[in-house]
Design a protein around this ligand. Structure first.
Ligand SMILES: [Zn+2]
Length: 371
C-alpha cells in the first residue's frame, strides 16, 4: 500500500467562528504543526485541500442553500428569512468571515480524499467531519456535510459497500439520514446518550442501514475498547467493506468542555489502528473537539497511528512550543496541566465496563432489529 496522505488547509489557522463560540480555537493547524514539528509530515505526503465548486457541492446540497451561504459570506449578514430557512446566523451557526470558503474547503478535502483512494490507500483529513450538515440548512456548527460528499464520491466511483464509523460525542445524524435505506453505506455512531441532537437511540437503525451506540456519561477507555471489540469491529468485519470512513471527532475526550465522556486519546488511536486493516481504503476525518490541546494531540496521534510511527513519551521542544502557543478562554485554559504541553499520548483512562455498555453491544449485534 502507498504511504498515507494528509490533507490540510491553511484556512483553518486564522479562521474562527467568533470569540465566544466553541470553534474559536485552532484545531487543524495545531495538528499539522505538531506533525511537522515531530518530523511526521514531509512535503510529499501533505496535500492542500482544494475548495469544492458549487457544482460539486450540489451532489448533496440544495443549490439555493449553497448560494445563500455564499451570499452570507460576501455580505457578512443574512436576512431574517434566510436565517429562519437556512439556520445561518442562528443556533450555533454564526455569520463569520470564511463561512462559505472554510466548509467548501473541508468538503473539497474530503472529496479529494475519496479520489486519492480510488484504487486504495489511507488519508487523514482532520478538517473534515461536519457530520450534522443538512442538504438545505446548517446544523450544529456544520454548514455543509463533508462526510456525505466524500461517501457519495466513493459511491460515484462504483463502490457499493462502505462503512462509516463515527466516534464523535454527538450522534452523526446528518450522515445517517443522508444514507438511510441505502444498502451501500452502513453508518455506525458511538455517541453520548441524552446529548444534542438527541437522536441515535440504540433501536434506531434507519431501516437497517444504521447502528447506534448511545453511551453513558463517564464512558471510559475500557468501555470504548469493549464496544470496539464486541460491536463495531464485528459489524465492520462481517461487511468486508471496500472502504471505511472514520469520523474521529475529539469531543469524547475527558478534557472536552462540551460533552461528558471520559476517553483518553488512546481510544482514538485504538479505533484507527483496528480499522486500518479492515478495508483497502480508509479515510479518517476530524469532527468535534473543543479543547485545543486535546484535539491537536489526539489528531496528531491518529496520524502517527496510521503511519505506524512511535509516539515519543516526551515531546521535542519544537512540538511543545506549538502547544504552549495555544490560548483557551475557558476555565481549563487558565491553568493547563503540564502533560498537555509535554506529551502527545494521554495516560489511559480505564474503568469498569458497566452493564449498560455490555447490553448495548449485545443489542447492536442482534439480528431481529435489523429490519
Ligand atoms: Zn461532536
Amino acid at each position: 500500500m502507498t504511504r498515507p496522505l494528509y490533507i490540510g488547509s491553511e484556512i483553518y489557522r486564522h479562521s474562527s467562528y467568533g470569540p465566544k463560540h466553541p470553534l474559536a480555537v485552532p484545531r487543524v493547524s495545531t495538528c499539522t504543526d505538531l506533525c511537522r514539528a515531530l518530523g511526521w509530515l514531509p512535503d510529499r505526503v501533505y496535500v492542500e485541500a482544494p475548495m469544492a465548486s458549487e457544482a460539486a457541492l450540489a451532489r448533496f446540497h440544495d443549490p439555493a442553500y449553497v448560494a445563500a451561504l455564499r451570499r452570507a459570506e460576501a455580505a457578512q449578514a443574512v436576512s431574517e428569512a434566510e436565517r429562519a430557512r437556512y439556520r445561518l446566523g442562528a443556533e450555533g451557526n454564526p455569520v463569520y468571515p470564511e463561512m462559505f470558503r472554510r466548509p467548501a474547503i473541508s468538503a473539497g478535502g474530503v472529496m479529494l480524499a475519496a479520489r486519492l483512494t480510488a484504487s486504495g490507500g489511507v488519508v487523514h483529513c482532520p478538517g473534515g467531519g461536519t457530520h450534522h450538515g443538512r442538504r438545505d440548512r446548517a446544523s450544529g456548527f456544520c454548514f455543509l456535510n463533508d462526510p456525505v460528499l466524500g461517501l457519495l464520491a466513493w459511491l460515484d466511483q462504483g463502490l457499493g459497500n462502505i462503512v462509516y464509523v463515527d466516534i464523535d460525542a454527538h450522534h452523526g445524524d446528518g450522515v445517517q439520514d443522508a444514507f438511510a435505506g441505502d444498502e451501500r453505506v452502513l453508518t455506525i455512531s458511538v455517541h453520548e446518550a441524552g446529548r444534542w441532537p438527541f437522536t441515535g437511540a440504540a433501536e434506531d437503525r434507519a431501516g437497517g442501514t444504521a447502528r447506534n451506540l448511545p453511551v453513558p456519561k463517564g464512558f471510559n477507555d475500557s468501555e470504548f475498547l469493549y464496544l470496539l471489540d464486541h460491536a463495531v469491529l464485528p459489524l465492520v468485519r462481517a461487511r468486508r467493506p471496500q472502504a471505511i470512513m472514520l469520523q474521529a471527532g475529539a469531543d469524547a475526550l475527558a478534557e472536552d468542555p462540551l460533552a461528558r465522556l471520559s476517553l483518553s486519546n488512546n481510544a482514538y488511536f485504538a479505533a484507527a489502528a483496528a480499522l486500518l486493516g479492515l478495508a483497502p481504503r480508509l479515510v479518517v476525518l476530524g469532527g468535534g473537539g473543543y479543547n485545543p490541546w486535546a484535539v491537536g494531540r489526539c489528531w496528531a496521534g491518529v496520524w502517527a497511528t496510521l503511519n505506524g510511527l512511535p509516539i515519543p513519551p516526551r515531546l521535542p521542544a519544537e512540538a511543545e512550543a506549538v502547544l504552549r502557543a495555544l490560548r483557551f478562554d475557558r476555565a481549563a485554559g487558565r491553568d493547563p496541566p503540564a502533560h498537555w504541553f509535554t506529551t502527545l499520548r494521554d495516560a489511559p483512562r480505564p474503568g469498569p465496563v458497566r452493564e449498560e455498555v455490555v447490553r448495548l453491544a449485545a443489542l447492536t449485534l442482534e439480528e431481529r432489529l435489523s429490519a
